[in-house]
Design a protein around this ligand. Sequence first.
Ligand SMILES: [Fe+2]
Length: 265
Amino acid sequence: MCAPGEHGAGGSAAGSADVDGSASTGAEAAPEAGDSARTVAWARAADGAQPGGRVRIDHLITSGVFSLDGGRWNVDNNVYLIGDDEECVVLDAPHDPTAILAAVGDRHLAAILCTHAHDDHVDAALAVAAATGAKIWLHPADRELWDRTHPGRAPDHEIAAGHEFTVGTGADAVALTALHTPGHTWGSMSFHAPDLNTVFTGDTLFQGGPGATGRSFSDFPTIIDSITSQLLGLPATTTVRTGHGRATTIGAEAPARQSWLDRGH
Ligand SMILES: [Fe+2]
């Protein structure tokens, strides 16, 4: 993986594959089935070559507890690994380091990118980092939440809007661009991978609308602003890979914006 600020060389996705591991694996949502074909076609049109690139998305689901404001909830979290046969990055490290490490396999884990610091998204981050040497990236606005789960051990790097993480090598490399999408938490991030025709939204945007904003460190008008300014302008075919539950697309969610405002969550 290249450091933020370096640019990917374009490329294409070979599609996605779920990972066999000790945790349950998740079937992608309906849009996933046709997405690989669209992705390859888009990449060909964009750079004139490189169909069938090697970078892929692996999807893992781990189960555990989310706790905040005195409440505790059993949750299933999506984990995404973006990479090729040699290296990958992981988006969120929830609950089960053994399952995440199994999904990494013998590849170099270049980074642990946190969509936000709710405990159900970061509680395995230190164990995964210790086992691999991977650096942990988090937006600084979520540091207070992080410290509640991991007091005394700071993340290694601060993510900022516009940071570009390049995964893979040469013509097969793909870029992940960090989008600051506060509202669910102040430091919530999304990661856009145009070469893969996907955006990873953490708990900012789900199938059916915005993430929760009823607890501490959250704000509904802010999440609406984030979704509107950062996400809904992406191509309609963009697959939205979420922090929990099924994937969706920008085109499926964008028409519902007014209904989110009307219901207030
Ligand atoms: Fe969350």
